[in-house]
Design a protein around this ligand. Structure first.
Ligand code: TXE
Length: 433
């Protein structure tokens, strides 16, 4: 963790108005539209981004298509693309503190987690795919002696990438690193509520040697920029992380346009199953609490459902609630903070509603569940542990994407498995035994 004075120095830096990054240059939205950037730390605006239009998407796709077709990137030797991607990772690492603090001002994640998960993981992903660039080749299929069947891997063309607000850099890297390593060009749309680090990433990519048009970033809303990308006839592939509802829309856009391939990483409601014979229940309780409450539960793989054997249910749940109540919630740029801000006012309201509904459906709130630190103007919530949540309850079945843990006891292994699988979500799961 860097020194607090370095974090504070970064926090004090003004952020100039941001445009789109298209064809290697910055520019405004086609109609000059802008959107304020509100910090969840204090609820105040501190920057502006361009409010993109469908015309901006057309421009970015045209730049990406031209860059793809003339081979300025796809035509390079794989080892040359690898060198650029390693340089890109070097620059992300060199600017890690700046990126992490800027991202926290934008999305509210506690700085300790942000440094590891954002520039840290972004650079790691860029390096992984940099190495893949000159290592993933084709195949010769087994066939009869008079036939030669080759599997030849080539880039697809223009990749559209749409990312959410919880880990903008990490998730952007999951999309752009493999696409770029293979020689594709990219149009990337960050969340309209967390764009700043992704815009800076585009600049670092250019500095690393990505030719103009290879990585373009268009900011703006899902309903305008995202929809224009989904329906675009000249985007060949869409890679997305976000809500299931938007994922469904993207499949629909693809069906209504050019049947582009869609890769979707959607929400989660991950079960954390704890048996009485787990060797270290104290550690299980600590990890249970941290697994749901870090980044205010805004993690796709957050362990949001505790499913616990009835013989230890009361003691174990009480222990998790004690740990939750002791976690330090507050300014995410304070190095000691364990739980930062909820991302937005809308997300905070949704979280509070989930707790209320859970209560109405018979759940018992053991700790938290309220808005706190309202005097800061920011969006903070005390982590909530809700006991005896029925498998039919809204809290058991829906992703909150907030600091709310649902607890449900079980008696047999079969019951535990049925409960663990008892939602429409996938992603992660854990078993303690
Ligand atoms: O997601 P959205 P949000 C889930 C989580 C959370 C919920 C809402 O359940 O509560 O999503 O978060 C763009 N066409 N996850 O509102 O709306 C949007 O602009 C094209 C889980 O951020 O799906 C943003 O860039 N694009 C997830 C991106 O889609 C559209 C992480 C995600 O926005 C669009 C984040 C449209 N019609 C949220 N509408 C995880 N698995 O980690 C929106 N977008």
């Amino acid at each position: 963790m860097p020194d607090q004075s370095l974090i504070d120095a970064e926090r004090a830096k003004p952020v100039p108005p941001q445009g789109h990054f298209i064809d290697g240059a910055w520019g405004p939205a086609s109609d000059g539209g802008t959107r304020p950037v509100i910090s969840p730390i204090d609820g105040r605006p501190f920057a502006t981004i361009a409010e993109g239009t469908a015309e901006d998407v057309d421009c970015a796709v045209a730049a990406a298509r031209a860059a793809f077709e003339d081979g300025r990137w796809s035509g390079l030797a794989p080892a040359a693309r690898k060198r650029v991607l390693h340089r890109f990772a070097d620059l992300v690492e060199r600017n890690a503190l700046e990126l992490a603090v800027l991202g926290v001002r934008d999305n509210g994640t506690e700085i300790g987690m942000a440094i590891r998960a954002e520039p840290g993981s972004c650079a790691g992903t860029l390096r992984f795919y940099a190495e893949a660039a000159d290592k993933i080749g084709g195949e010769i299929a087994p066939s009869s002696p008079d036939i030669l069947a080759l599997v030849h891997r080539e880039p697809v063309g223009v990749v559209g990438a749409i990312v959410p607000w919880n880990f903008p850099l990490m998730i952007a890297a999951w999309k752009i690193a493999p696409a770029l390593a293979a020689g594709n060009t990219v149009v990337l749309k960050p969340s309209e509520t967390a764009s700043l680090t992704v815009l800076r990433l585009a600049e670092l990519g250019a500095e690393a040697g990505l030719p103009p048009g290879v990585l373009n970033v268009v900011s703006g809303s899902g309903s305008v920029v995202g929809e224009a990308m989904g329906l675009h006839m000249d985007i060949d592939v869409l890679a997305f992380t976000g809500s299931g509802a938007t994922g469904r829309r993207l499949l629909d856009y693809a069906a209504r346009s050019n049947m582009k391939r869609c890769y979707l990483e959607l929400g989660g409601k991950s079960p954390n199953v704890v048996f009485a014979d787990a060797p270290d229940l104290e550690e299980a309780a600590r990890v249970t609490a941290h697994g749901i409450f870090r980044n205010s539960g805004q993690v796709c793989i957050a362990g949001s459902r505790l499913i616990v054997e009835r013989s230890i249910h009361a003691d174990f749940t009480r222990r998790v609630a004690e740990i939750a109540a002791a976690m330090r919630v507050g300014d995410p740029l304070d190095a000691d903070t364990q739980i930062g801000a909820v991302h937005s006012e809308a997300q905070l309201s949704a979280n509070l509603r989930f707790v209320e509904t859970a209560r109405a459906e018979g759940g018992e709130v053991l700790t938290g569940g309220d808005r706190i630190l309202a005097e800061t103007g920011g969006y903070y919530m005390a982590p909530a542990v809700v006991d005896n949540v029925a498998p039919t309850a809204a809290l058991f079945r829906n992703e909150v994407f907030g600091p709310v843990l649902s607890v449900t006891p079980f008696d047999t292994v079969d019951q535990a498995i049925a409960l663990a699988n008892g939602t429409d979500f996938g992603l992660a799961g854990a078993v303690w035994t």
